[in-house]
Write a protein that binds this ligand. Structure first.
Ligand code: SIN
Length: 288
């Protein structure tokens, strides 16, 4: 346990990133002192986890609004009664899950989301874990020469090829129908530094991801391919990851600028239903 915290408990779950929080009951109310320490733990560990939270959608929204303005995702099916909450759902008959590939949320936005607050409403009896990886560790693993080269590069990110018309083949459309949609709104493109100065920690972090990064700005897609593939491989090193096993009532808050995540799809035939709220971020600066 990290004893620097007084109003909450913070227990790291892996050397690279991730800490489990104790002493917080979101439904009963989070004090300002607790929130300050939660934000410190979030900055220190890049993803924080809670157990046994019994919250309503309204309480989820109220808690999220204390972290920042809510960014409503345009592609995910929203909770019918609460349009600010996106559903991450997989029904027993469905094959594809959402978020199966390593990625970070909303990098296609000019001002990418700060983080996401994911709450488990229904979980499979086993499986459906989420993996997280540290983009600080990924950066640190690179040679000084490559760090120097990357510090001058920017990358193009887009939502078009993931959420746009033509992104799904006929089989996928049938499977994701009712979960992902609004293909006409997949018009976002953004250019961000490949190495960012993290807005909270000021540390350098790798900021390209396999789902949404299209190419290095000014390079062809073919030229970009080998470099991006190498960076993704670094970003997925086992030692840079942690793994969270969900239970009903668990919550994760991750920093989209410091982590990648991927949702394991190993629970066919069972329901997994998560509620996700995404929080607005700020424009990203290069680490120079
Ligand atoms: C996501 O990619 O945002 C969803 C992660 C998960 O369902 O575990």
């Amino acid at each position: 346990m990290n004893n620097d915290f007084k109003s909450i408990t913070v227990t790291p779950i892996s050397p690279a990133l991730g800490a489990e929080i104790g002493g917080v009951d979101i439904a009963a109310g989070v004090t300002d002192k607790q929130l300050k320490e939660l934000k410190q733990a979030f900055s220190d560990y890049a993803v924080i986890f809670f157990r046994d939270q019994d919250i309503t959608p309204d309480q989820h929204i109220e808690f999220a609004e204390r972290w920042g303005k809510i960014n409503v995702n345009r592609f995910f099916q929203a909770v019918e009664t609460h349009p600010k909450i996106a559903e991450v759902r997989k029904e027993p008959h469905q094959k594809a899950n959402i978020g199966a590939d390593w990625h970070t949320d909303h990098s296609y936005d000019q001002i990418p989301a700060m983080g996401s607050i994911l709450y488990a409403r229904e979980v499979p009896s086993i499986g459906g874990d989420t993996l997280f990886s540290s983009m600080y560790a990924a950066y640190e693993s690179l040679s000084d020469g490559l760090k120097q080269t990357l510090s001058n590069l920017r990358a193009v990110h887009s939502s078009r090829h993931v959420f746009g018309a033509g992104a799904y083949d006929a089989r996928d459309v049938e499977d994701v129908g009712g979960r992902l949609g609004n293909t006409a709104k997949a018009t976002q493109d953004a250019v961000h530094p490949v190495i960012i100065r993290h807005p909270l920690s000021a540390r350098p972090a790798l900021y390209v991801n396999a789902d949404f990064t299209v190419k290095i700005a000014g390079w062809s897609k073919e030229e970009s391919r080998s470099l991006l593939d190498y960076l993704y491989q670094q970003a997925r090193q086992n030692e840079f990851t942690c793994r969270f096993q969900w239970r009903k009532g668990s919550m994760a808050i991750w920093d989209n600028r410091a982590t990648h995540h991927c949702a394991l799809n190993d629970y066919h035939g069972e329901l997994r239903l998560m509620h996700r709220i995404t929080i607005e971020g700020e424009a990203l600066q290069a680490f120079a």
